[in-house]
Design a protein around this ligand. Structure first.
Ligand code: IMP
Length: 175
């Protein structure tokens, strides 16, 4: 599966504005709670870098890497952990940070996995919610943008490792 960046869906200005709002909400909700933010690699690295700098206090960060997609745009349905958390999560307030939720399979798996560490709270923040594609329900506590359809690239999102470093989010135009 390959393609090129087509229509720009979210500009730098859209992204900056929404991340500022999410940062303000999280700063309010997590004030004094010393949360751990667990980012889902690789796609989240740009969003997470901007999000933590929109918070009013320093937070601890950690990352997991999960594998379910191949080199294309369809999930295989099976999720594996290829890099686990390193920070002890027991009794901590944990916020999963994800770039995009599609079928929900990845997050449902990760949520269950992290819940087994017995955190004090476990919530999810995602930049993009492709709600209409959902196959498994996962509670999304903080959502940047709901999106109806399309495969998106840029701002960390890739298609077969291409277009990840574009500064804005585009709809992929398939070749
Ligand atoms: P899910 O398990 O189907 O919810 O898939 C979640 C993962 O699929 C995300 O973390 C992304 O890595 C990838 N993904 C889903 N939709 C897109 C997209 O539109 N662009 C880029 N990656 C996507």
């Amino acid at each position: 599966m390959s393609g090129s960046a087509g229509r720009c869906l979210f500009s730098r200005q859209d992204l900056e504005g929404r991340i500022r709002e999410l940062g303000a909400r999280l700063s309010h909700d997590y004030a004094g709670l010393n949360p751990v933010l667990v980012g889902v690699l690789k796609g989240v690295f740009i969003f997470m870098a901007d999000l933590v700098r929109a918070l009013e206090f320093p937070v601890e960060v950690d990352f997991v890497r999960l594998c379910s997609y191949g080199a294309g745009t369809e999930t295989s349905g099976e999720v594996h952990i290829t890099k686990d958390v390193e920070v002890p999560l027991r009794d901590r307030h944990v916020l999963i940070v994800e770039d995009i939720v599609d079928t929900g399979l990845t997050l449902a798996f990760l949520r269950e996995h992290l819940a087994s560490h017995r955190p004090r709270s476990l919530k999810i923040c995602c930049l993009i919610d492709k709600r209409e594609r959902r196959e498994v329900e996962v509670p999304l506590d903080y959502v940047g943008f709901p999106v109806a359809q399309g495969f998106l690239v840029g701002y960390g999102l890739d298609c077969g490792e291409q277009q990840r470093t574009l500064p804005e989010i585009y709809v992929l135009e398939k070749d």
